[in-house]
Design a protein around this ligand. Sequence first.
Ligand SMILES: NC(=O)c1ccc[n+]([C@@H]2O[C@H](COP(=O)([O-])OP(=O)(O)OC[C@H]3O[C@@H](n4cnc5c(N)ncnc54)[C@H](OP(=O)(O)O)[C@@H]3O)[C@@H](O)[C@H]2O)c1
Length: 310
Amino acid sequence: MHAAVVTSFDALPKYVEYPEPVAHGGDEVVVEVLAAGLHPRVRSQADGSHYTSTDELPLVPGIDGVVRDPKGRIRYTVLDDTVLGTMAERTVIDLDRSVVLPDGIDPVQIAAAMNPAMSSWVALRRRVDFRRRQRVLILGATGNAGRMAIQVAKRFGAAHVIAAGRDTARLLGLRALGADETCTFDELTKAADVDVVIDYVWGEPTARAMADMLTARADRGASLTWIQIGSVAGPTAPIPSAALRSARLQIIGSGIGSVPGRDFVKELPKLASAVADGAFDVRARAVPLAEVEQAWTATAGTPDRIVFVP
Ligand SMILES: NC(=O)c1ccc[n+]([C@@H]2O[C@H](COP(=O)([O-])OP(=O)(O)OC[C@H]3O[C@@H](n4cnc5c(N)ncnc54)[C@H](OP(=O)(O)O)[C@@H]3O)[C@@H](O)[C@H]2O)c1
C-alpha cells in the first residue's frame, strides 16, 4: 500500500510504498482510511517535537481519521501512540477507540472537525463543572479549535462568549459563529469578569492577558478557571506568583493525560453526531494523500483544516 512516511524528523513526509498493516488480536482490526486531518498535533508528531514523541522512525503520521471497517461500517477513530498513523491507505485501529458514524456523513468534514472540536468539548465536559449561563473567554479564537470552542461553549449554554485573537480581520467573522464580543489581546480587560478561559495561546501573551484581566476583575473572590489547551505562542508562560494569590484563579489543562483516554472516547459519539448533524461550521479542504509532501508546507497557516484523502 501507499502511505505518508517520515524517515527523518528534519524532512517532510513522503508518499511511498509501505508494508501492509497487520492487526494483533484483541479489538484491533485493519481498516481502509477515508480521510485524515493534518492537525497541529500531527505536524508536531511528524517533526518529533510533540511531548509524546518516542523518536521511533520510520513513522506514518496521523492521530485520527474516518475509516471503513472490515464489515463496511464507517467509523471515526482516534489512535493510541503508534508509528502507523492514519495517513496511509490502510491502518490498524482499536475498535474500542472508535465510533460508528451515521450513514451519509462526509468523511472529510468529520476528519476536519473532530480534533479541534474535541478540545473545548472535552475541556468543558470533563475538566470543569461548566454550568449554563457562565461567561467564557476564548484566547486564540481565530484558529480551527478556537472557532469550534465558540460554538461548543454556546451549545453548552454559555451566557456570553468573548473571542480574542491577534488578527482583526479574522476576528470579524467570529460573531457569525456565536461570539457575543471579539477583541484583540490588547483589549482583554473587557473580558476581566469571565468565569472560564479556554486558552490555545499560552506563552507571553497569556501571562500578559492574565495580569491585565486579574487587575481589572470586579470581584477577585469570584472563581476564574483558566483551561490551558494549546500553546501556539510558546510552551512556557511567565505567570506572576501574585496572580495566584490575588484572585480566585485556578489554572488547569485539558488534553490526553489530564483527561484519561477512555473519557475522551466516551465523548466521541455525541460529538460525532453533532458534527454529522451539521451543528458546527467546519472549514475543511480535501487534498489527495499522494500530494502530502507539497501540501505539508504549502498549507501551513491556511485557515482551512487540510484533510488527506488516500
Ligand atoms: N489539548 C487538546 O485536546 C487539543 C486539541 C486540539 C488542538 N489543540 C491545540 O490547540 C492549538 C490550536 O489548534 P488549532 O487546530 O486551532 O490550530 P490552527 O487552526 O492552526 O490555528 C492556530 C491559531 O493559533 C493562532 N496563533 C498562531 N501563532 C500565534 C501566536 N504567536 N500568537 C497568537 N496566536 C497565534 C492563530 O492565529 P491567527 O488566526 O492570527 O493566525 C490561530 O488562531 C494547537 O496548539 C493545538 O495543538 C489541543
